[in-house]
Design a protein around this ligand. Structure first.
Ligand SMILES: Nc1ncnc2c1ncn2[C@@H]1O[C@H](COP(=O)(O)OP(=O)(O)O)[C@@H](O)[C@H]1O
Ligand SMILES: [Mg+2]
Length: 321
């Protein structure tokens, strides 16, 4: 037996070789045969059409890579059922903990708030103010974790709809009016009135709220925020620009990571969870789109969200992350 054949025979990957023309199975290695999946009805079609390089058969998950050699199609399958189970357990755990924390935290917040307004001793009042502030931070964190958990669960399915973007932006501005007024930031809706986007209205609302909130928070006093939208190639672009502090180049690839915040000391003054942009990215991805950022330190930032012009059928939530 040749060395390569020996490796393939002992590989923990399942290997299956198919004749390109007749679609007949020419070879399977022992690992593949052990799984007994080629006995399943419709297995070959499933394999040939496995989306995103993944395949699910009878509750087992396989990562599939594929290449062609002459008139042979070779598939390598890796059993990732354990990984999937672990990911689901982690996701459920975070969701359950967040859910359990939600009520007690909001109770602490409202008690602290009541006491704060009734307290006359300035010393005690200061402590109550700090309790209240921290409770609000925890509340925001739990809320973001629950949004992420929902996006990763079945609720994360995109519900496609024809959405009036101009009106949606108006709604987001209305929602953030006080934050903008406090910071003296002007909000400009430059999306033309009859602009429509095929997307999930509620999810794009959350996405825009996060981007506009950032554009306000990381702005200067008297600054501006613009939202624009235009078609580009096969996408509709939604753009949020600001005249804010900008983001240094080296941080740009990292800001979409969970809990990543650029300036730790500065970020302590500006409240946030570090989860907003990972929510934004996730929502863009489940729409079959993407998000890009352009920024110059001290000048401002522009975030561009690309949503496919033709609403596509519901996609699985993206892997990992
Ligand atoms: N428009 C922006 N201008 C400057 N920095 C930004 C902007 N948006 C996001 N950032 C940076 O990216 C980080 C991550 O953003 P995000 O995930 O929304 O978390 P949060 O706003 O809760 O800190 C922020 O902490 C901030 O440092
Ligand atoms: Mg944010």
């Amino acid at each position: 037996m040749s060395l390569f054949k020996e490796i393939v025979e002992r590989s923990p990957f399942g290997v299956i070789v198919i004749d390109k023309n007749s679609k007949e199975v020419i070879y399977t290695n022992p690992t593949f045969r052990k799984w007994k999946i080629n006995e399943r009805k419709g297995f070959l079609e499933k394999l040939l059409n496995s989306p995103r390089g993944e395949l699910e058969i009878d509750g087992h998950h396989y990562r599939v890579s594929h290449f062609t050699e002459g008139d042979k199609e070779i598939f390598l399958l890796e059993d990732i059922t354990d990984l999937k189970t672990y990911q689901r357990a982690k996701r459920d755990f975070v969701a359950n903990v967040s859910h359990e924390l939600k009520t007690p935290i909001s109770v602490i917040g409202s008690i602290a708030e009541t006491l704060f307004y009734e307290e006359e001793d300035p010393f005690k009042k200061r402590f109550l103010e700090r309790i209240l502030k921290r409770a609000k931070e925890m509340e925001a964190l739990v809320e973001d974790l629950l949004i992420l958990a929902a996006l990763e669960s079945k609720e994360g399915k995109v519900i496609w709809d024809k959405v009036n973007l101009h009106n949606l932006v108006e709604e987001v501005f209305q929602n953030l009016k006080e934050v903008a007024e406090e910071k003296k930031v002007e909000l400009l809706n430059e999306v033309p009135p009859e602009t429509y986007c095929t997307c999930d209205e509620h999810k794009i609302f959350i996405l825009l709220k996060n981007l506009v909130e950032n554009a306000i928070k990381y702005n200067r006093e008297g600054g501006k925020v613009w939202v624009r939208s235009y078609p580009e190639g096969e996408y509709r672009v939604i753009e949020v620009s600001d005249t804010g502090i900008g983001i240094p180049k080296k941080h740009l690839p990292l800001i979409f990571e969970r809990f990543y915040r650029v300036d730790k000391s500065r970020s302590r003054e500006i409240r946030g969870t570090g989860l907003g942009l990972s929510i934004v990215k996730h929502i863009a991805l489940i729409h079959g789109g993407k998000v890009e950022v352009e920024s110059e330190k001290g000048k401002g930032s522009t975030f561009r969200v690309y949503i496919p012009l033709k609403g596509s059928p519901t996609k699985e939530p993206p892997k990992g992350g």
